[in-house]
Design a protein around this ligand. Structure first.
Ligand code: HEC
Length: 402
């Protein structure tokens, strides 16, 4: 069966970008988790001479057959080492590939992927502009919260609470404006953009200022380090929530749930709680204390409770009816699917305008239409529950070709 060159090109670009995005994302999260674990497992230096040099903490590790001795100079080592390793391109390349992928997938196909007319009927241009505004507005508000409310002994908690409320509002708004699948991804991409913003606008510039001050023989302002630390801690708590949002498009029952914004907030919160236990685990192990697993426990309970709350209602077992005729199935497919899987458009390189193709893909059709209810995409073609039931009975009867 012939597939249009355009669709093939778009799918190839999609594949390459997604692969690059996963690779860079692994590099970024790997480095980030590693440094969080390193920083949290530091203990005061054993040797007084190290303490005199300005070492604030040290960690011994064993990996790949060798022993490593890390030392942290919280403010400055007094000189700039010749070989200084920076971590920034892991973050920038993750953002760049992610944004490109988002553009190829969601912005190029806004009317299919971004817009759900039954939810909010607007033009692709307005939807695209609003989606882009989510990135900018969230960053501006988040940054304002961090800069103005982060002071004082309770600063961290106030900032945490305000950022949480901001994410709840964004989730509500996104899920009321965009198709569920796009809405979840958008919230994830918005938080992820903020993570890269933290690296680009605060962490790296702060480090550059420290290096410049040391080179100029001037005292290093400790605020740069404190600010960088604040943003880096936020990034660690954002990581698992973002990862869930990124993979959520495989799980139609989450973004397709009735109050999908609550589902998103609950699962993201569970992710942050689980990450909290791991961040505290490093500290606890360094000082031989018990690991506070109760946060992870709470997160897990929240996850299970959410999945339980959105479980599908039991389906009435189909009463004995006349056997399904293939011609009826074909009629449903022609009316509800061929728009996007036919001569003009072959989404995912599938076209269902020939009977052999419907039969060949019976399993995938059943999976997408009956089990996951992902198709028709955003129910653009208004398939009815009776029609889904028809496909179900046809497939369960062995997908007969007559
Ligand atoms: C409005 C457009 C549209 C309609 C209508 C539509 N689809 Fe799709 N379909 C898509 C898009 C876009 C994809 C690719 C989704 C992706 O990349 O994750 C897709 C993917 C699929 C896939 C592959 C899923 C996978 O991840 O492997 C199947 C199977 C499918 N559709 C079946 C159907 C059936 C059956 C119908 C009719 C009941 C239907 N689609 C109606 C747009 C549509």
């Amino acid at each position: 069966m012939e597939i249009s060159v355009d669709a093939y090109l778009l799918d190839s670009v999609n594949m390459l970008l997604r692969w690059a995005h996963i690779i860079t994302g692994i590099a970024w999260i790997g480095a980030s988790f590693y440094f969080v674990s390193l920083d949290n497992s530091l203990t005061p230096p054993k040797s007084p001479s190290d303490a005199d040099k300005g070492v604030g903490g040290e960690q011994w590790g064993v990996h790949g057959g060798g022993f490593y001795h890390h030392q942290k100079y919280p403010v400055s080592p007094g000189y700039v080492p010749e070989q200084l390793h920076w971590s920034m391109w892991e973050s920038y390349s993750t953002w760049l590939t992610g944004f490109a992928l988002f553009t190829v997938l969601y912005l190029f196909n806004a009317s299919t992927f971004l817009i759900d007319k039954t939810l909010f009927d607007w033009t692709p241009t307005a939807a695209i502009a609003t989606a882009l505004a989510f990135f900018v507005v969230f960053w501006v508000l988040y940054d304002l919260i961090c800069r103005t409310l982060g002071r004082g002994p309770k600063g961290d908690r106030v900032v945490g609470a305000c950022v949480f409320v901001l994410i709840v509002i964004a989730s509500w708004l996104s899920c009321h404006l965009f198709a569920g699948r796009a809405a979840f991804l958008l919230v994830g991409a918005m938080v992820a953009t903020t993570m890269s913003g933290n690296v680009f606008f605060w962490i790296i510039p702060g480090q550059r200022k420290c290096v410049a001050a040391i080179k100029a023989g001037q005292p290093v302002d400790p605020r740069h380090g404190q600010r960088g630390k604040q943003r880096s801690v936020h990034n660690t708590f954002f990581t698992l929530p973002v990862l869930f949002a990124m993979m959520s498009n495989h799980y139609g029952f989450t973004y397709g749930a009735q109050h999908n914004w609550v589902v998103l907030v609950a699962i993201m919160t569970a992710g942050a709680l689980i990450r909290l236990s791991f961040a505290l685990r490093h500290k606890a192990l360094a000082y031989g204390q018990p690991v506070p697993w109760h946060y992870a426990g709470l997160g897990t309970v929240l996850l299970i409770a959410t999945l339980w709350a959105i479980r599908p209602a039991p389906q009435p077992t189909s009463v004995a009816t006349a056997p399904v005729r293939f011609i009826d199935v074909q009629a449903v497919v022609a009316q509800r699917c061929v728009l996007c899987h036919g001569p003009t458009l072959q989404s995912k390189n599938l076209r269902f305008d020939a009977p052999e193709e419907i039969i060949k893909h019976a399993q995938a059709i059943y999976q997408q239409v009956v089990v996951l209810r992902n198709m028709p995409m955003n129910n653009a073609t208004h398939i009815s529950d009776e029609e889904r039931a028809l496909i179900k009975r046809w497939f369960e009867a062995g997908a007969p070709p007559k």
